[in-house]
Design a protein around this ligand. Structure first.
Ligand code: DGT
Ligand code: CA
Ligand code: CA
Ligand code: ZN
Length: 571
């Protein structure tokens, strides 16, 4: 079993326990363990091969849980999971996955209407059968319908982080084969869009052998189509992978074509035409003679069209072609430019690892600084820290700064912006921190004016240096709350308040378009992971590629700066 598959079962157990009305501590243990296993670099099978005691070393995993995970990983079966699954109808578990239907509402709908599918809930809501249930009402019914509509709208697309590692592993396997000369990612995944439709791979080599191999790999669940130059499979993760095999001397042109975006390629073809050329997936040709002038490499294709190479992240026809022609493409940031992470949690609030473990991980990543951002006191559901606890953490951070000279640990707090735009704690507590961040965690349904006002008040608060996950969007799950982003950007710029690019794979908030706009206004961005486990600190990768899509350069990203410069900006 893969780490992800194990994590999914643990999440499902948490959901079942929630329906069964178990205590939050127990539910949280399964959620946390799922998060740790999903994001850790180590293979769960390898870890389990050392016995249950090795699993017990995972943060938050006790003896019972270790035994259960051990059984699952080594046998593919978990007695406990099978046992509790029998206690709830499977449809009910599906139901609570519908956003807007927590376990309580799902159970009520199930008990009263005997419904077990999303489709049936939708039908019942449309027939107004839900509003009369105890504690529901017309408003709730409307909300449920909205949530279902959103669920359908977002559900088909796959999150970058779910697809990328799988695509890379398939490409690596292909490249190991003697009959494969080249293999590369293409499509939206190569452009690092935050969600993708399917995985596209391009290869060149011995065509027939490549197709045979691709369609019979052990990880193939189902072959959708097998052709001479194009095949499509369903990988056992459920993802669709398209593979195209092209001639070696057309590889560059094909890679350009199949990377897209379509809009980018269409615009390129316009440029080619004006220059008396023809661009296709087979190469660049002189229009009048059909003589081939480029096609082996992508660089050559762009060069022939009179421009420097454009990285895939920028290929959306959003100004990159004009910029390339005028030689003013952005020098986008690289992974190696990142000097620190300004938003991580510890188990003091609802993270899984200790403060020191997070610091050690930051040192391993080569960071110069890290800011600890546990939740503020009012966010009870996320284990928010009381003023006393927070000040205690500040003291421990001072000690750790003594112990680990190679890094600077900043004390911070992810305070909650309440319905009036106020944040947690008295001023003297805030003053004891190195920085303060703030974010919205509730009141999502308020009007645009109200939410914008709340956030601007926080931005103007002299203690607040950074706004986290600014739009509140959760990919495949929740649309952004109503927000006048232009006003937010202006306020952030005027107050030297940094906006976050949250790298958590289901957020990537601010998104690429907003980042580009923020940069134009002069707003500074911090690319943070919001990690709740040490493993999640590796999510920085997804933030950086998103920042590249947003045209961000070193000057735009505060955590590409030396610490002095960051603190100066805050001051
Ligand atoms: P996705 O999968 O929906 O996230 O988006 P893409 O961009 O990966 O699109 P996909 O998988 O349909 O096709 C892969 C690439 O093939 C796409 O990025 C560009 C190229 N392509 C597909 N259809 C067309 C087309 O009609 N015209 C042009 N110029 N390129 C196309
Ligand atoms: Ca695709
Ligand atoms: Ca495709
Ligand atoms: Zn956070």
């Amino acid at each position: 079993m893969t780490n992800k598959e194990v994590a999914q079962i643990l999440y499902e157990i948490a959901e079942i326990l929630e329906i069964l009305g178990e205590i939050p501590f127990k539910i949280g243990a399964y959620q946390k363990a799922g998060g740790v296993i999903e994001s850790m670099a180590e293979d769960i099978n390898e870890l389990a091969s050392g016995g249950p005691s090795k699993l017990k070393k995972l943060p938050g995993v006790g003896a019972h849980l270790a035994d259960r995970i051990y059984q699952l990983v080594t046998t593919g079966h978990m007695d406990y999971y099978e046992e509790i699954k029998k206690k709830v109808p499977s449809g009910l578990v599906d139901l609570i996955r519908v956003p807007g239907l927590g376990p309580k509402k799902a159970k009520l709908i199930y008990d009263e209407l005997g419904i077990t599918s999303i489709e049936d809930v939708e039908a019942a809501a449309k027939e107004h059968k839900i509003r009369d249930l105890k504690g529901m009402g017309a408003k709730t019914e409307e909300n449920i319908l909205d949530s279902i509509a959103q669920y359908y709208k977002h559900h088909e697309r796959i999150m970058l982080a779910d697809a990328y590692p799988i695509a890379i592993s398939v490409i690596e396997k292909l490249k190991e084969q003697a009959f494969v000369k080249k293999a590369d990612l293409a499509g939206s995944l190569r452009r690092f869009k935050s969600t993708i439709g399917d995985i596209d791979i391009l290869a060149t080599g011995e065509t027939e052998k490549i197709m045979d191999y691709f369609c019979t790999m052990p990880e193939v669940n189902r072959v959708l189509a097998k052709g001479k130059t194009k095949s499509a499979i369903i990988h056992h993760s459920g993802l669709e992978i398209d593979l195209r095999v092209v001639k070696e001397n057309e590889y560059g042109a094909a890679l350009q074509y199949f990377t897209g975006s379509k809009e980018h390629s269409v615009a390129l073809r316009g440029i080619a035409k004006k220059a008396g050329l023809k661009l296709s997936e087979y190469g660049v040709f002189e229009a009048d003679t059909d003589k081939k002038v480029a096609g082996i490499t992508e660089e050559e294709v762009y060069k022939t069209l009179g421009m420097p190479y454009i990285i895939p992240q920028l290929r959306e026809n959003k100004g990159e072609i004009e910029a390339a022609l005028e030689n003013r493409l952005p020098q986008v940031i690289e992974q190696s430019d990142i000097r620190g992470d300004l938003h991580v949690h510890t188990k003091d609030s609802h993270g899984a690892n200790s403060l020191e473990e997070m610091v050690i991980k930051a040192i391993e990543l080569g960071y110069e600084y890290i800011a600890i951002n546990d939740h503020g006191e009012k966010l009870h559901i996320a284990g928010g820290l009381s003023a006393k606890e927070l000040l205690g953490q500040v003291d421990r951070i001072k000690e750790l700064n003594e112990k680990y000279k190679e890094i600077t640990i900043l004390s911070s707090c992810e305070t909650n912006i309440d319905n009036d735009g106020n944040i947690d704690y008295e001023d003297d507590v805030l003053a004891a921190l190195d920085m303060v961040s703030a974010s919205i965690h509730g009141g999502f349904g308020q009007s645009k004016e109200q939410i914008t006002k709340r956030m601007i008040k926080a931005i103007e608060n002299p203690y607040v240096k950074m706004i986290c996950h600014p739009t509140g969007a959760v990919l495949n799950k929740r649309s952004p709350y109503q927000l006048d982003l232009e006003a937010i950007f202006d306020a952030a710029y005027n107050n030297n308040t940094v906006l976050e690019l949250n790298s958590f794979p289901n957020r990537l908030d601010l998104n690429d378009d907003y980042l580009k706009r923020a940069k134009e206004i002069g707003v500074k961005i911090a690319i943070n992971t919001d990690a709740h486990t040490t493993g999640q600190m590796d999510y920085m990768f997804y933030g950086v590629v998103t920042a590249q899509r947003g045209w961000l350069e070193r000057d735009d990203v505060v955590n590409c700066w030396p610490l002095d410069q960051v603190l100066n900006y805050f001051a």
